[in-house]
Design a protein around this ligand. Structure first.
Ligand code: PMP
Length: 285
């Protein structure tokens, strides 16, 4: 991703893609003081753009730093990046981090905070799983307790176990890994939330210790509008056997049907397809 043409917005200006570099002694590199957003533009418009920028500010606050740009300035910067790269349908990545400066220890009050925004074309996150249903591994790591880390932030440090779990999943021929949380409850995948269907009703883990995805929230309100019952509740891993359908939600994942988790199989049914189609239409209106 580093060696290509294009422009990236960095600290207030567009720079050449290949020159969008940071110093090796950036605090974020050593101590994970970095927060980010994943967004998608459809027909030139970023879906829930403002909400993503607000979440970026929230995540930074959870890590005790302030992004030196307002939500409005971030909105303008994202639009500039799309324009500069001639993109209408794209993935947008905003990232804010503590940089290099006077401090090289754990504390870094004196180091500047940076913001960068890049955008590129990114098709289906799970490849052909969108039609066939994704195969999902069960992660050996657990989503951590909210007493150990700010679990609602979209913060780089939380993705360390996502990368290792996804690597383990891919080594087994799976597209992703499903995490239980520290209590043993079904939680989420490495970059997406999860939903199940049983007897025409929808069940999804309560987002109390993981990212309450914007896509998740969108899907829940769309289902409510269609009078489909959604239970946000504790889901135990033993229950996986009894669910008929399953899908993942996320900005990159959009709505991706799941065909298998571990040894349990699910049909890519009408409700799942309906939700996926509805989301596809919604993001383009
Ligand atoms: N959980 C994790 C760990 C994620 O990385 C993402 C993607 N941002 C999600 C859930 C889904 O969030 P959203 O729908 O806001 O993209």
């Amino acid at each position: 991703y580093d060696d290509r043409d294009g422009k990236i917005w960095m600290d207030g200006q567009l720079v050449d893609w290949r020159s969008a570099n940071v110093h090796i002694l950036s605090h974020a590199m050593h101590y994970a003081s970095s927060v980010f957003e994943g967004e998608r533009a459809y027909n030139g418009k970023i879906f829930l753009s403002r909400e993503h920028s607000e979440r970026l500010h929230f995540s930074a606050g959870e890590l005790d730093f302030q992004i030196p740009y307002t939500v409005d300035e971030i909105e303008a910067a994202k639009a500039e990046v799309l324009r500069a790269n001639n993109l209408t349908d794209a993935y947008v990545r905003a990232v804010a981090w503590r940089g290099a400066g006077e401090d090289m220890g754990v504390a870094s009050q004196k180091n500047p905070v940076h913001l960068a925004i890049a955008a590129w074309e990114w098709g289906s996150y799970y490849g052909d799983a969108k039609t066939k249903g994704a195969k999902i591994d069960i992660a050996k790591w657990k989503r951590p307790s909210p007493e150990t880390i700010p679990v609602h932030a979209k913060a780089a440090g939380l993705y360390m176990i996502c990368t290792t779990s996804k690597h383990a999943a891919e080594a087994k021929g799976c597209s992703d890994a499903l995490f239980m949380d520290y209590r043993g409850y079904v939680a989420e995948c490495t970059g997406a939330n999860i939903f199940f269907v049983k007897d025409g009703e929808v069940h999804t883990p309560k987002a109390d210790v993981f990212l309450n995805g914007l896509t998740r929230q969108t899907i829940i309100s769309r289902l409510a509008e269609r009078q489909i019952k959604v239970h946000e509740r504790v889901i135990m891993p033993e229950e996986l056997e009894g669910f008929e359908q399953c899908w993942l939600t996320g900005t990159a994942a959009e709505v991706t049907p799941v065909g298998q988790i571990g040894d349990y199989t699910f049909e890519v049914g009408a409700l799942t397809r309906g939700v996926a189609d509805d989301y596809e239409k919604l993001v383009r209106t």
